[in-house]
Design a protein around this ligand. Structure first.
Ligand SMILES: [Fe+2]
Length: 249
């Protein structure tokens, strides 16, 4: 007898395999899945063309990036940064768990993968409200971090203060990367921030999600809920992901 989970998996498989006839249907299903689970990994091969069509149905593409080890580009990126020494999409260094700036949804399409198959790591903060009181959530909404942005790869990046927690459509949305914190915070904020950092470490210890991404797989995340990262890659890595930042429709 087929389990319910296996049955659901077959539905996703059929939706992906019947592309592009099911583009609209699949996009709606992805939206619903992101609402309930915060992320979705589709481990069935999809063409780049279909992938882009789906992404366009989920929101406006505000940034498209190639995520791959490229030591020259990593060096150039470091030169225009104000906060130095952090990982990046061109560097083989590990990328610790974080959310990305300026995106409601983030998505990746795997163009090429290494044999060692570096997985995508994630944390789900969907249970935030069970761990923090309304008062603590209010304080976190006043803790700000530096949000980097830049007009092009060669221009100096700009840093704008953005709160760790904000609300969108009645839901809390997290913006967090440890390396974007200010040097210090006032007493009350510092104490709740410490509790938040411990909450994230607890999730990482007990509920780390590891997605073994293969060539032509796709991943979609609610960037206000899921933190993402990865381990170190070899300097000779061939892993290549196309990453899209989406503003939700
Ligand atoms: Fe990221």
């Amino acid at each position: 007898m087929q389990t319910q989970a296996a049955g659901k998996e077959i539905i996703w498989k059929q939706l992906v395999e019947k592309l592009p006839a099911t583009l609209d249907e699949l996009s709606v299903a992805i939206k619903n899945k992101l609402d309930s689970d915060g992320y979705l990994h589709l481990p069935w091969p999809m063409s780049m063309e279909d992938y882009e069509q789906i992404a366009r149905r989920l929101g406006t593409i505000v940034l498209r990036s190639d995520v791959k080890v490229d030591l020259d580009r990593a060096r150039n990126q470091e030169q225009v940064r104000h906060i130095r020494g952090r990982g990046g999409i061109y560097s083989p260094s590990p990328l610790h768990l974080h959310t990305d700036p300026n995106a409601d949804l983030v998505s990746w399409y795997c163009v090429e993968q290494d044999e060692s198959g570096g997985p995508m790591l994630m944390l789900d903060t969907g249970n935030l409200e069970e761990h923090f009181s309304p008062r603590e959530l209010e304080i976190l909404s006043k803790v700000d971090l530096w949000s980097p942005s830049r007009k092009s790869e060669t221009e100096a990046e700009m840093l704008t203060p953005v709160p760790l927690l904000s609300q969108k459509n009645g839901r809390y949305k997290i913006f967090f990367a440890p390396w974007l914190l200010r040097d210090s915070y006032e007493n009350e904020s510092a104490a709740i921030l410490e509790k938040f950092v411990a909450y994230i470490s607890g999730l990482e210890e007990k509920q780390l999600i590891s997605l073994p991404i293969k060539k032509h797989d796709t991943i979609f995340i609610d960037n206000g809920r899921m933190l993402h990262g990865r381990g170190a890659l070899p300097e000779t890595s061939r892993r290549h992901l196309i990453r899209l930042y989406l503003r939700a429709a």
